[in-house]
Design a binder for this molecule. Structure first.
Ligand SMILES: Nc1c(N[C@@H]2O[C@H](COP(=O)(O)O)[C@@H](O)[C@H]2O)[nH]c(=O)[nH]c1=O
Length: 146
């Protein structure tokens, strides 16, 4: 089976740091990263600040300082999945995701994240797994409509 390892170059669009407008409760976020980090808090003022940050790296940093909502750890995968579903509703991104076929998607990273990705050959690759789930869902809908 082919594998896409590392979301760089032509596969950078799979990264949460890539531009993709996500709307959550009327607020517009420029990347999944912004939206995901904002969802860590229920404080709308904190969300608004994150939405306005110029880069996803700054959004990620800000997400480490917000008032964490109760139970965040148990809901973070559902939230990530929801954000990814919104991202890949956009036709161009949806087509590019589908074009990865049945390749394994592995968020191989250099920033030592072994939860969402894989670092030095080890990690849960939860981002990759959720991306593959979204790809499956899109494919299932297309097959139903065919
Ligand atoms: N740190 C990083 C990425 N990692 C992203 O950061 C998020 C993890 O957030 P947290 O759960 O708050 O640690 C998650 O969306 C993961 O995909 N991605 C990138 O392209 N470049 C980076 O430098």
């Amino acid at each position: 089976m082919t594998e896409i390892r590392g979301f760089r170059g032509q596969y950078a669009f799979l990264s949460n740091f890539e531009p993709a407008v996500i709307r959550v409760r009327g607020v517009r976020y420029p990347t999944v990263e912004h939206a995901f980090q904002a969802c860590k808090t229920e404080n709308l003022a904190e969300r608004a600040v994150i939405a306005g940050l110029p880069t996803p790296a700054e959004a990620r940093q800000a997400g480490q300082q917000v008032t964490l909502r109760p139970g965040w750890d148990d809901m973070k995968e559902e939230v990530m999945l929801a954000m990814l579903r919104v991202k890949f509703r956009q036709p161009d991104l949806r087509e590019r995701l589908l074009a990865t076929g049945d390749a394994a998607l592995v968020e191989d990273n250099a920033w030592r994240d072994r939860y969402w990705g894989v670092y030095r050959g080890q990690g849960l690759n939860r981002l990759g797994v959720l991306l593959m789930q979204v790809r499956e869902e899109i494919l299932a809908v297309q097959l139903q409509a065919a």
